[in-house]
Write a protein that binds this ligand. Sequence first.
Ligand code: FA5
Length: 344
Amino acid sequence: MEEKISNIKEQALKEIEQSNDIKSLENLKVKYLGKKGELTALLKIMGTLSPEERPKMGSLVNSAKNEITEKMQSKEEVLKNEELAKELESEKIDVTLPATKQRRGSKHPLNRVIEEIEDLFVSMGYDVVSGPELETDEYCFERLNLPKGHPARDMQDSFYISPEYLLRTQTSAVQARAMIANKEKTPIRIIVPGKTFRREDDATHSHQFNQVEGLVVDKNISFADLKGTLEIFMKHMLGEDTKLRFRPSYFPFTEPSYEVDVSCFKCGGKGCNLCKQTGWIELLGSGIVHPNVLEMNGYDPTIYSGFAFGTGLDRLAMFRYGITDIRLLYANDVRFLNQFDRKD
Ligand code: FA5
């Protein structure tokens, strides 16, 4: 029996030493010290021994058990440390590596254009004002010399909410609001960037688009002031070499009225596919404020005069950035928007 105990102990110590993970160590615990383990089996047969042998064998089994337990504990510690070291190694962070770049949103091309225009006009002493997008028929048309039933209303296909309210078709609506709001009838120098809406939809017309309106009312305002202002505006946006062409046109709220074309910035006026071989691109409507409009909105046309202009911001952004379809500006496709990350 003594030899058997010694063999079991030697075998157990050897196997413990050879085990190389916690799982196999657990198995050895069961194999030697568990309820059905080899040492436990020896304790169970103690009763069959003579009373003289029993204490000796008992103490031999116990000391073998203690030795195996101790060996197991120290091996377990070694294995746990090894596993921890492996884990730490796999989680190691190289703090010297360059950081992953965080993508930041970029400014929408329309907002870039709006901000640029605002900066320019503020530097020339203008105020930036806004007005409601859901507008009354009165401000959108009637106070702009377009009474109900006026044929020129057909030029702007409108979204009516009720006979009295519509989504404004032009930022010109704010012209009348600014004149009415100015109780002292002091000079006005404003720009109005904002959303406008018409029942149109193709590559160059959107049902929602943006305009920027300009309005100056003061004494002795003439066509020369309008021309000079638009030249500064367009050269700033499209380049110093840009030329302007004023074509007589018709708007009920200005007289005389002009459509303004700019020389094609792509071909420099020689003619290309962008300007349809004409060398010119139509960009805005403008004119000298109609005396009826001044009068209707509280300014004496014999004392005051003014000029106004309205341009499509979307079209300006399209020319500026070479965008061929206006709908891209509203599709919220990040692949499109990301291109403007570092455009200017
Ligand atoms: C007007 O809206 C006038 N209120 C402009 C004006 C203001 C004239 C002050 C005189 C004095 P028009 O309908 O032409 O005019 O529109 C002006 C510009 O808005 C156009 O040149 C174009 O750039 C843009 N625009 C018009 N409709 C659309 C549309 N559906 N989608 C995108 N841009 C449009």
